[in-house]
Design a protein around this ligand. Structure first.
Ligand code: FES
Ligand SMILES: [Fe+2]
Length: 393
């Protein structure tokens, strides 16, 4: 069935067509409408993207009292500020007057003694205290029923974890650090907090953001076919997926020296004792191997477009050898990313075809992808008030 827009009833039916309770062997993948329909994108903004933890800034950008960073995530403008009390606070970055973003970019609020620190809207100079309360609104004298106390900035949940500050539009969300405690332990054992940020790279991709997550979560299924240089570095037989409530972890070991072909640098140095590919619902991927970490954050730009933000972190950054290793590592990631972009853009074209409706899972490898779709289905259903049932359709 094809349609150009989904009315609310059709949207509910399309959510229900993915049966989240079926075991992977019997399950079908979600219908293509989840990836192409504007109505689905609008639904997932509310149900998924604005109600989940998004890493919006590196923590070092918010280290000092008064530091603020702002941006817009999937249509949700946000600002995070560190108060003069040292606390991080986050708000919807929307002025109560006419809706302008209160601040843009990043900077430091004036904390000079004797002055109340404020975020000031650039449009008509309404000013907000760092706890979000409206402090002043010029020229509003004489307005009837001006309920100043209800016109502060709406709060967001904020948390620092690893190298980043996260925001969540669900102000009552469970703490991320609690959800990720076991993963944190595994990463901590490898000293991931001590790694140094080196570079950020952004890629725009002509696909739905979920196509990239699906590709990441296929348990290495596509690696031998699409990533020859990566496949030369890891032992595909050792590839494993482990599922947790709101994240999953794929691991693999480096390929032994006699089993791999010639490469211009030592892959064991890059992969080290093995690779950890952690996916954190819904949009963050952490790739930890040897002396490096790269993070990939998905930033949806609409149903058919997204951005992937790569950040690279390394244990050693000084000296010729370290510089060469960093260069080669980032070059390898670039090759892999270009190959993945080609796949995802092609999949997006296929998902829009009248010949495709939904697919199946390879049970031994695609558990991470199935788990992701189950989490999505539950979030959509909760937003729409749909009860997911286990009858196969
Ligand atoms: S929109 Fe912010 S002061 Fe007018
Ligand atoms: Fe890939």
């Amino acid at each position: 069935m094809r349609f150009s827009t989904l009315d609310p009833e059709a949207l509910r039916r399309e959510v229900e067509r993915f049966d989240a309770e079926l075991p992977i062997e019997r399950a079908f993948t979600p219908p293509s409408s989840w990836y192409v329909e504007p109505a689905f994108y609008a639904l997932e903004q509310r149900a998924v993207l604005w109600r989940s933890w998004q890493p919006v800034a590196r923590a070092e950008k918010l280290a000092q009292p008064g530091d603020y960073v702002s941006g817009c995530y999937a249509g949700m403008p946000w600002v995070v500020v560190r108060g003069d009390d040292g606390e991080l606070r986050g708000f919807h970055n929307v002025c109560a007057h006419k809706g302008r973003e209160v601040v843009t970019g990043s900077g430091r609020v004036d904390l000079a003694a004797g002055r109340e620190p404020r975020l000031v809207c650039g449009y008509h100079a309404w000013a907000y205290r760092l706890d979000g309360a409206l402090a002043s609104a010029p020229q509003m004298a004489g307005v009837e029923a001006f309920a100043r106390e209800t016109m502060g900035l709406s709060p967001l949940a904020v948390e620092q974890w690893g190298h980043w500050v996260f925001v969540n539009g669900d102000a009552g969300a469970a703490p991320l650090s609690r959800t990720l405690a076991p993963l944190d332990g595994a990463l901590e054992a490898g000293g991931w907090r001590e790694l140094t940020f080196v570079q950020r790279v952004e890629y725009e991709v002509a696909s739905n953001w979920k196509v990239i997550a699906d590709n990441y979560l296929d348990g290495g299924y596509h690696v031998p076919h699409m990533h020859p240089t990566l496949a030369a570095q890891i032992d595909m037989k050792s590839y494993r997926t482990e599922l947790f409530e709101h994240y999953s972890v794929q691991t693999s070991s480096p390929r032994s020296a006699d089993a791999r072909g010639p490469l211009d640098y030592d892959p064991e140095a890059r992969i080290g004792g093995g690779a950890i590919y952690a996916w954190i619902y819904p949009t963050l991927m952490l790739n930890r191997y040897g002396p490096c970490l790269d993070s990939n954050h998905l930033v949806p730009l609409g149903p058919h477009r997204c951005k992937v933000i790569y950040e690279f972190y390394f244990a050693e950054t000084e000296g010729e050898q370290a510089r060469r290793f960093i260069e080669q590592s980032i070059a390898q990631a670039e090759i892999t990313q270009r190959e993945d972009i080609e796949i995802c853009e092609s999949v997006q074209i296929g998902l829009g075809s009248p010949a495709y409706d939904r697919g199946r899972y390879a049970p031994r490898v695609e558990q991470g992808e199935h788990h992701f779709h189950q989490l999505l289905a539950r979030a959509y259903a909760a937003e729409l008030g749909v009860t997911l049932c286990s009858a196969s359709r």
